[in-house]
Design a protein around this ligand. Sequence first.
Ligand code: PLP
Length: 477
Amino acid sequence: MDTISTVEQSKSPSLNKRSRRRRINYPAPTLLVEWDKSYVWHPFTQMQDWVEDDIFLVESAKGSYLKDFKGRLYLDGVSSLWCNVHGHRVRKIDEAVRKQLSRVAHTTFLGLSNVPAVMLAKELIEIVPKGLARVFYSDSGSEAVETALKMAYQYWQLKGEKKRTKFIRLTNAYHGDTLGSASVGGIDLFHKIFEPLLFETILVEAPFAYRDNFKGSEEERARFYAQKMKSALKEHEGEICAVIMEPLVQGAAGIIVQPRGYMSAVRALASEFDTLLIFDEVATGFGRTGRMFASEHERITPDFLCLAKGLTGGYLPLAATLATEPIYQAFLGKHEEQKAFFHGHTYTANPLACAAALASLKIFREDKVLENLVPKIEFLSTGLKRFNMLGHVGDVRQAGFMVGIELVQDRSSKEPYEIREKIGIRVTQEARQRGVAIRPLGNVIVLMPPLSIKMGELKRLLKVVYRAIQVVTEGGS
Ligand SMILES: *Cc1c(COP(=O)(O)O)cnc(C)c1O
């Protein structure tokens, strides 16, 4: 199976180089597809459609490309759901994981420690916004958020402010799918059905330039929505545990980019009302927005920082919740005081995942990833201008290497496509025919390539997606 050779494969020699890869004897691909359809339940997937569709079983991947069992290559246009950073099968990360594997794959972090986790904590503290002092590990973005919520809650309990039990969340927010993280989310499609199970929160309207009703400059919009936050903080003074938000970009809601000044205004308000601020940088972290962290765009430090997706370069599940020293200090006390943070998971601080994360951070430094990203971000901005020529593109949103292209039925009224039209899915299918793998968010086409994508690949990504949108929304082939 490893030796499948097609025209397309030979066009990209990079996938074949170092072809001393061990042959793996999988069952026949047709059988695997059948088993997938018989035994597997996929996340966020209507399985009734899935079992009818052609499924893309990944055979292997290299750099910006995924390969299927027919030997066809596809550009990974969404970084394997926003987590891949340096491409697939990166030698330095592969080696780091193998090296760690020759020591130990996993030991518990409850009562024991491990080398990569300690080193990673130190490195993270060195690169995150100044003031964050402690790293608490978990396994997914949802858990990083869950952890921050529970820490913030317990912090106030320990401080004797027992009435501070509520969280402020934003409309269009997404913080994960576990019940705690869903409670602070604002995307009804995902979480509405679970509402009776979610805890009570205070909802504040977030800016959304394309669809909100505010008319004014970017600065005025930031101020207008900060004012809404201020009203909520005032009304519930003394009851708020923390404000939680995705700084700069609300990802899952459709890559909604916030007006400049909004995150710093919220930071200032949280301080003014003496409450805590949780930044969920699960999606925006690790270079996605052009800086290592989105918080850096406005040089601010949240009280908690949640990291996941890109933390290991997209290799292994690992997340982290970072907290400031005063928060950490509040949990200190004698054993019998029982002030410890009673929370953790079996695979917390997995050494293989931490080794991958360390290798990823080393690549950021050694290969000057963020510097090299600057011209690519510019190229992307320029290339995206063309998309406005398409009659059904309502809005093109970009923050660094995060792009959302919102398709609409009618451009002047901004009338959305109906769900049953599956417009995003159809564009995705069309793009796949043309060798690009992407995944939409409803009617929003998302582009989120690995930071390592080459200029030529980026050009092709734009070209294929442009054509796919054109074919699906305007007809033709
Ligand atoms: C993806 C995401 C999460 C959830 O992370 P998982 O690892 O999928 O649990 C949380 N917050 C944001 C902003 C995300 O984009």
